[in-house]
Structures are given as structure tokens and as C-alpha cells.
Design a protein around this ligand. Structure first.
Ligand SMILES: C[S@@+](CC[C@H](N)C(=O)[O-])C[C@H]1O[C@@H](n2cnc3c(N)ncnc32)[C@H](O)[C@@H]1O
Length: 229
């Protein structure tokens, strides 16, 4: 009896140790709780403070992209959904948008503003960790790239799981990299340094993709990434 109790205790101890290690590793490796809380805190004032994302800048960026009526777009790190109405203008009601964010506060605001669109699916997912269903024509990381923990793995995973054969991934910002790096410094964000567009495009080419820098100015930083032909 005593032997069985010991084995049982050992089993329970091992089980909970494994669960602890898995959970702890997950927290360390992916979007951390402090990052989620950071964006949850910023959510209520995000739209008022996000002065760079003017309709003109967003439309100029989207005009550079291969967007047509009926297309499907995955807006990763949608935040309060700043891109949603402008992507809607491009793809129409016959298109589809997947709006993904891990910050509940951000996503709730996006839903409260754009939940009326029937062709938008709001998903609370860590896109570096958990799978997203469906293949899309375009995956957009708008003001999100420096927050990735595993950019190379994440791009590979997204191309495999979510990008149609002739689709693409876009990295975009409504400013240059200096503005982004300054704001991250001021806000003490846990994000990575953003290199100039040409430098990042070269790095991504070295990972095995075709890239084009579509904009590299004070008002737009846009890189489009495709599978090698
Ligand atoms: C700088 S904000 C940009 C929000 C929006 N795209 C905009 O420009 O207003 C970055 C957003 O990405 C989200 N995010 C970052 N990493 C993420 C991840 N791995 N999975 C889901 N959301 C993520 C954050 O929660 C945050 O809302």
C-alpha cells in the first residue's frame, strides 16, 4: 500500500512538474503576460494616440498592395482594428477579414467598432503560438513586426498554414523605422529594434523568400514577401 502511495505521489509530482515547465516555457517564449497587459493598458487611448494611422496614410499603403474585391485578408495584431474599414473598402463585402489579436482589451474595442461587418472574424489568438484556420490572399502585419519573438519561424508557419499559393505577407508601418524605434523606446515596449526596410528585406531574402520594398519613406514602410518561385 505504502509503495503504491509513493508511486502515485511521484506520478502526481511528475505530472505537475511537466505542466509547470510547459506553461513557464510558453510564457517565456511567446507573447508574455506583461506584453498582453501592456497592450490591454494602452487599448482605451490607442485610437486617440495613434496619430500616424491617418486615413490618407493607410489608404496610400493599401493602394500599394495587391488587393481586389472578394479577397481574403488576415490582419495579424489588429489592435483596435484600425485597418479594418480601409481593407473593407478594398475587398468589399464579398471579401473576408480575419482580425487577430491576443490583447482582449484591444480586440474588444475592434469588435465594438467593427463587429457590424458580417465578413470580419475576430480571433483572440497568439499567432506565433496557436494555429489560425483558413488560407488568405494577403496576411498583413501592420505596426506589429517588432513585437514578434520568432519572426523567421512565424513567417514560415504563416506561409505554410495561412497564405494561399499565390498569396503574400506584408510588413507595414505608417512611418519610417526611426519613428517606430523612438516610440517603442519612449513607451518602454518589450519590442525589438526595427531595421531600415531595405535591411529587413535582405534578411528575409536570406531566410529564403522573395521580397520587394514597396515604400520606404517618413509616411510608409512596406515590404511584401512571397514564396520563391
Ligand atoms: C503596436 S500594436 C498595433 C495594432 C494595430 N495593428 C495598429 O496599428 O493600430 C501591436 C498589436 O499586436 C498584438 N500582438 C503582438 N504580438 C501578438 C501575437 N503574437 N499574437 C496576437 N497578437 C499580437 C498586440 O496585442 C497589439 O494589439
Amino acid at each position: 500500500m505504502e509503495y503504491i502511495a509513493k508511486v502515485n505521489n511521484l506520478f502526481v509530482f511528475t505530472k505537475y512538474s511537466v505542466i509547470f515547465v510547459v506553461k513557464f516555457t510558453k510564457v517565456l517564449l511567446n507573447m508574455t503576460q506583461s506584453e498582453i497587459e501592456f497592450f490591454d493598458r494602452l487599448a482605451p487611448t490607442w485610437d486617440a494616440n495613434e496619430v500616424r494611422s491617418t486615413p490618407e496614410r493607410i489608404r496610400n499603403i493599401l493602394n500599394l498592395l495587391p488587393l481586389k474585391k472578394g479577397m481574403s485578408v488576415l490582419d495579424l495584431g489588429t489592435g483596435t482594428g484600425v485597418l479594418i474599414p480601409y481593407v473593407e473598402e478594398k475587398i468589399g463585402l464579398e471579401g473576408r477579414i480575419g482580425a487577430v489579436d491576443l490583447s482582449e482589451e484591444m480586440l474588444n474595442l475592434a469588435k465594438s467598432k467593427y463587429g457590424k461587418y458580417e465578413n470580419v472574424d475576430f480571433m483572440r489568438i497568439d499567432f506565433e503560438e496557436d494555429p489560425i484556420a483558413g488560407m488568405y490572399d494577403l496576411v498583413i502585419l501592420y505596426s506589429v513586426y517588432p513585437h514578434l519573438h520568432y519572426p523567421e519561424d512565424t513567417l514560415e508557419w504563416l506561409f505554410k498554414m495561412n497564405v494561399k499559393d499565390d498569396g503574400a505577407i506584408v510588413i507595414a508601418f505608417p512611418s519610417d523605422e526611426k519613428f517606430i524605434n523612438n516610440i517603442h523606446h519612449e513607451r518602454k515596449s518589450e519590442s525589438d529594434h526595427l531595421p531600415p526596410a531595405t535591411v529587413l528585406a535582405t534578411t528575409i531574402e536570406e531566410w529564403g523568400y522573395d521580397t520587394s520594398v514597396l515604400a520606404d519613406s517618413e509616411d510608409a514602410y512596406v515590404i511584401i514577401i512571397r514564396r520563391k518561385k
